[in-house]
Write a protein that binds this ligand. Structure first.
Ligand code: ATP
Ligand code: MG
Length: 229
């Protein structure tokens, strides 16, 4: 069983001399095939947590371990090249602010992860994503012309195109109406159930979808499992 294990993660940011401690001893094990909803107030460190978990941002201390049959490996001990390979293979990011490439069409943005890995496109899967997310009419457009919700659905399609082990979704339904939000949640759940993908879904809303297996609160820089709900 593959997992990502955070052990005693600490991370601070400095603005001039002013230090903000964002994560102060966050620990958690995220397993493939389960859905983790992490909720916390705006500014509590959710995006920071996802960046650290997904190999984008190194913590000040503590470890991010890739747990698999061969043992646990500290991802930040890898070279930059190895770490970006790990990320491309294992992680699908849905960024809070999308990070779509403006010079590429919607379709090229979605297919980019496959190109990076020189993987074949699974046409059936692609068609299904396009249908569920209702983005068929957008494929030839460029990202700058899309609405926020359309960008969000495009970003989600890109994150799931190569069925990564984990999807790290940062406010993935924040810009969507209730029908589209439901579609996104269903798509993520489908990936969990049928492809064994692990979902780490962060949100500032305490009123959350009940598709999760674990509900976690991010507060005062720590992760706290909410039991018995
Ligand atoms: N690069 C940075 N430099 C300085 N401060 C930062 C940086 N990144 C984040 N912070 C600060 O760290 C804190 C946590 O930020 P983060 O983006 O992780 O919060 P968040 O929970 O994702 O918030 P939101 O719900 O508004 O997206 C905030 O106070 C933010 O201002
Ligand atoms: Mg955020």
């Amino acid at each position: 069983m593959s997992s990502i294990i955070l052990t005693d993660i600490r991370k601070s940011f400095y603005q001039g001399n002013k230090k903000t401690e964002v994560l102060c001893g966050a620990s958690m094990e995220f397993q493939k095939g389960l859905w983790y909803t992490v909720y916390g107030a705006s500014g509590s460190g959710k995006t920071t947590l996802l960046n650290i978990t997904g190999g984008i941002d190194k913590p000040d201390s503590g470890k991010v371990l890739d747990g698999n049959l061969a043992g646990n490996e500290d991802i930040y001990k890898k070279s930059d090249f190895q770490l970006s390979g790990w990320r491309n293979n294992k992680i699908g990011f849905v960024f809070q602010f999308f990070h779509l490439l403006s010079e590429l069409s919607v379709e090229k943005n979605i297919l980019l992860p496959l190109e990076l890995k020189r993987r074949e496109l699974n046409e059936g899967w692609y068609a299904r994503i396009v249908e569920i997310l209702d983005i068929g009419d957008l494929l030839k457009r460029c990202p700058a012309t899309l609405s926020g919700g359309e960008m969000q659905r495009t970003a989600l399609a890109r994150a799931v195109i190569n069925r990564p082990d984990f999807i790290l979704a940062d406010e993935a339904t924040g810009n969507l109406d209730s029908d589209n939000s439901r579609n996104v949640v269903n798509l993520l759940n489908d990936l969990k159930v049928n492809a064994g993908v692990g979902i780490i879904y962060v949100t500032h809303e305490s009123n959350i979808y009940d598709e999760y297996d674990e509900k976690i609160l991010l507060e005062n820089g720590k992760l706290i499992k909410i039991l018995g709900e």
